[in-house]
Design a protein around this ligand. Structure first.
Ligand code: NAD
Ligand code: NAD
Lengths: 208, 208
């Protein structure tokens, strides 16, 4: 079992490696990857050991394709389902256009909302359905993941609907703590934490 | 010097502790905080040692007010400036209303955009200015931090304007790698990483 923190870092390494590859680089040292990922070289080497990547060649470092293949074999899963996004407001709309633009795997297969103006429309190349169709669409489209971008007062109710439809992973943007059964993984996103972190370092750096 | 990862975790502990306090709890054990923060008890104890919190009382655990005061003394800084948000589109608007709703410290003091429809308007209780006023507004409002929510092709140009106006911290949502001088801290946010992480665990959990 790979810890959640390692999985998070592997996703960060993958983004960095894909960017380097697009700049036609073929090898990288652990200390270079550590710097790009805001991490320590020892942490990078430990993470790569966990997924079976042995030490890079001292003259050139790790092969970028070699690392990408190893990370893909861990993160990508042919059985990984699609995503349902619930609440197509300002945040939901921005996430829809972004994840379709990045062609993220998995991608958003269906959106849901209660607003009559949005139901039946296609928003950022994704069809918007009423909540009453959630169960059928989750089954039909092989959805295993939900993104919650509704006002926090509705977050628990929407979560219950997603879980009873068979979803086992939730990315929650609403400021609410969700109660879910043990077999459902929930990750909460809160940009105020990011703001606090950047504020701390902006202050440190301004003293340099 | 406290590492970036520790600062990130302190911000997460603080959110959890504030939520516990609002539920009238007064003490907490390190393993309980670890579970809420998706972390290990050893990591929580190490982090609290770094900021000078000695071991909790074995019968009750750590005092929640004691921990909050210690974390606040590290994260909060009376000299921390305000925030400028650049690009008031779907994502920018959602961030503006969220951070004003959460009364996050620091808060967004000014927004900037190039769209004539938005300039001069107040959006989510924040005034929107043209880019030409960035330098004067950054000085006038004591802004030290920038949030970038413009299309990626403009991200570098907007960063250069913020840095030359005196900003030393940047939270970047645009999918672009920014070049900044050494005294500027940049944090990039990419929700596709979060999606990949949740997808991995949704898959693990669905096998339970
Ligand atoms: N975590 C963060 O960093 C962060 C940042 C910004 C916004 N937010 C949160 O994200 C959520 C959305 O923010 P926004 O600015 O897009 O709000 P919004 O009001 O623009 O959008 C909300 C959408 O949800 C829909 N909706 C409401 N109730 C629903 C229900 N029961 N089922 C399905 N759809 C429903 C509405 O019709 C609307 O389209 C809020 O909870 C907000 O607090 C979080
Ligand atoms: N990192 C993530 O997870 C994530 C998620 C969603 C969106 N995004 C990114 O965030 C950015 C904004 O997304 P959106 O959906 O809100 O886009 P949008 O098109 O709705 O909004 C962009 C806004 O920026 C303004 N703008 C354009 N050029 C500008 C300039 N030079 N100076 C100032 N303002 C300018 C536009 O007038 C508009 O108001 C994009 O880069 C998108 O890729 C990132």
């Amino acid at each position: 079992k790979i810890p959640a923190r390692t999985i998070e870092r592997l996703a960060i390494y993958r983004r960095q490696l894909l960017e380097l590859k697009s700049n036609r680089l073929s090898h990288i040292y652990s200390h270079q990857l550590a710097e790009l990922a805001n991490n320590t070289p020892a942490q990078v080497r430990r993470d790569l050991m966990i997924i079976g990547c042995s030490g890079g060649n001292p003259k050139q470092g790790y092969g970028i394709d070699y690392l990408l293949n190893s990370i893909n074999s861990i993160l990508d899963n042919d059985k990984a389902g699609q995503i349902a996004l619930v609440g197509v407001g300002d945040l939901g709309k921005a996430i829809l256009s972004y994840s379709n633009y990045q062609r993220s795997t998995p991608s958003v297969a269906a959106a849901f909302d209660i607003d009559e103006e949005k139901i039946g429309k296609v928003i950022a190349s994704c069809k918007c359905y009423p909540l009453s169709e959630m169960k059928t669409k989750v089954k039909e489209l092989g959805i295993t993941l939900g993104i919650i971008t509704v006002p926090s007062v509705y977050a628990q109710k929407v979560t219950d609907k997603l879980v009873s439809a068979g979803v086992t992973g939730i990315l929650n943007f609403a400021p609410a703590t969700l109660r879910v059964p043990n077999n459902v993984f929930v990750e909460r996103i809160d940009i105020t934490m990011e703001i606090e972190k950047v504020a701390y370092f902006a202050n440190e750096y301004s003293r340099l």
